[in-house]
Design a protein around this ligand. Structure first.
Ligand code: DMJ
Length: 572
């Protein structure tokens, strides 16, 4: 009797579910159309990535970057940031830069075979013992960042990216590179030279001029290298430079754009949030999340308030003099487009960048806000990722379908204007879409990755990552919130602003939430997550704040917006 009634109820429930599915087009059909659209877009991006990747492998590998129009190559590592193309090496044949930059994207897209093939090739062939003068910042974010991120992904047992053959070869390469960076920091101020010869160290009569980003955006990669190797020199050097830089701020908490590493004097005192400075802000915030350093959060907070006060004009950001705070240049630069993503709630700025993108089809390098025109000599678009990056972050934070539409139009523009038979070409002039023979490695490391993650974020499920300024993922592990033992920090390196806390602060006051262990399937392997608590509903819809969890990246409590979505709604 009991069994009969139970079975009858089960049948009724099943019929009801089928009925609801068939007759509630508002939810189920819309949902499945939405899922299909995102899947279709994801596949479009995957095709873009492989078009770029396969052409690089066929026509440029193992050189640094692809020239897609002539289907040839450029050994550009020593040209990055080298606008005057000075001191170019005569005997340098590339470091497979684009392959290194592609590793983490291959992992995001789940291509184990190619990831493993690349790891094996790099471990057998790559050497940094080359007579090439490279830009420390560029080599750090692209090469060191690419290697440490890929090493972590390769050792993540759950991703099964490498079948048993991995013996830390990428970490060995990363450590070798990190050691070659260290002489750059041997200056009276601890601020590093912008240029280093990989074989011979700092060259005689090397320029002492560098940028704020060049000194202040090394901590993620070098910090992770220290955490992975147990050698604290990399993190200490990067941290010391970052703190020295911060000590050079003006009374308005503003920094300049360029400086002298031997005297610690500013050279260019006007700055903004774009070229030469951008990733300094980004790294204060991200290094705080990754390493739980309280003083970096305080620096970021003060620096952020100053940016909002002196650079912001409505949705736009101009440049200003660090001493007076007076506006200097009214320009939008394409590098600034990362800023709305860093804020993760800057809808209005993002819309303006999208507006300029739509006006031209792609984003010009520099746009004069006061004249509403493209800068006469900076009309190019080198396949930069920043707008896709912000679109991805804002979609993660809001789940507003509008960002999917923006992503779709970015993908369509890229395919329409930049795709050629031999890969993807940069745009030399956005006013006539004339192409340039260069496929930058960040197109594979960042542009394709952020677009892919916009449409399919399954790579991020159950894992907390921060992305470096070059788009390489680093996991947020609670173990990395521990300080390096002081004893390892060379005593002659006087920290300008020492970490003040002597007793361990509470997790909340450090903006770090207690560790949470996630069980990742049958391997039984556990991955530490610093703070993530998922929203109550997987579609992130909510009625009240109680339905919202804790953000995996910032460890902050999410709240319910008026539109009914959980997000980080900062009031700025
Ligand atoms: C990349 O190398 C990085 O995103 C860097 O922070 C800025 N420039 C390029 C992309 O535009």
């Amino acid at each position: 009797m009991m069994m009969g009634a139970w079975r009858c109820r089960a049948w009724l429930l099943l019929l009801l579910l089928i009925f609801c599915h068939l007759f509630d087009p508002s939810m189920s059909q819309l949902d499945s159309r939405w899922v299909a659209k995102k899947r279709q877009m994801r596949e479009k991006v995957r095709k873009m990535f492989y078009h770029a990747y396969e052409n690089y492998m066929a026509h440029a590998f193992p050189h640094d970057e692809l020239k897609p129009l002539t289907r040839s190559f450029t050994d550009s590592l020593s040209e990055l940031g080298n606008l005057k193309l000075e001191h170019l090496p005569t005997d340098y044949n590339g470091s497979a830069l684009t392959l290194i930059e592609s590793l983490s994207s291959l992992a995001v897209m789940g291509n184990r075979t190619e990831f493993e093939r690349a790891v094996i090739w790099l471990s057998e062939n790559l050497s940094f013992d080359v007579d090439a003068r490279v830009n420390l910042f560029e080599c750090n974010i692209r090469v060191l960042g690419g290697l440490v991120s890929a090493h972590i992904l390769a050792t993540d047992y759950t991703s099964k990216l490498v079948q048993g053959s991995y013996k830390n070869q990428l970490l060995v390469l990363a450590e070798d590179l990190g050691r070659r960076f260290l002489p750059a920091f041997d200056t009276p101020t601890g601020l590093p030279y912008a240029w280093i010869n990989l074989k011979y160290g700092v060259m005689e009569n090397e320029t002492t001029e560098t940028s704020t980003s060049g000194c202040g955006s090394l901590i993620l990669e070098m910090g992770v290298l220290s955490r992975l190797t147990g050698d604290p020199r990399y993190e200490s050097a990067a941290l010391r430079a970052l703190r020295k830089l911060w000590s050079m701020r003006s009374s308005l908490n503003l920094l300049g754009t360029t400086l002298d590493v031997t005297t610690g004097e500013w050279i260019e005192r006007s700055s903004g949030i774009g070229a030469g400075v951008d990733s300094f802000y980004e790294y204060l915030f991200k290094a705080h999340i990754l390493f739980g350093k309280e003083d970096l959060w305080r620096m970021f907070h003060s620096a952020y308030l100053a940016v909002q006060k002196y650079f912001r004009h409505g949705p736009w950001y101009h440049e200003a003099d660090m001493k007076t705070g007076k506006a200097t240049y009214w320009q939008l630069t394409s590098l600034q487009a990362f800023w709305p993503g860093l804020q993760a709630s800057a809808n209005s700025s993002h819309r303006e960048f999208v507006h300029v993108w739509k006006k031209f089809g792609v984003l010009p390098e520099r746009y004069l806000l006061d004249h509403q025109m493209v800068h006469p000599t900076e009309k190019y678009y080198p396949l930069r990722p920043e707008l896709a990056e912000s679109t991805f972050y804002l979609y993660q934070a809001t789940k507003d379908p509008w960002y999917i539409e923006v992503g779709e139009s970015i993908v369509n523009s890229l395919n329409l204007y930049t795709k050629v038979e031999g890969g993807f070409a940069s745009i030399r002039d956005v006013t006539n879409m004339e192409k340039e023979d260069h496929q930058h490695s960040f197109f594979l490391a960042e542009t394709c990755k952020y677009l892919y993650l916009l449409f399919d974020d399954s790579f991020l499920v159950d894992r907390n990552y921060i992305f470096t300024t070059e788009g390489h993922p680093l996991p947020v592990l609670s173990a990395w919130h521990e300080r390096l033992p002081e004893t390892f920090i060379p005593s002659n390196w006087t920290c300008v602003e020492n970490e003040k806390s002597t007793k361990p602060a509470s997790a909340m006051s450090q903006q770090v939430c207690p560790a949470l262990s996630l069980n990742l399937g049958d391997s039984g392997q556990k991955v530490e997550s610093a703070c993530h608590i998922p929203d109550a509903h997987s579609d992130h819809r909510c009625f009240t704040d109680e339905d919202c969890g804790v953000d995996s990246m910032s460890c902050r409590r999410r709240s319910c917006s008026m539109a009914g979505y959980c997000g980080l709604w900062l009031l700025i």
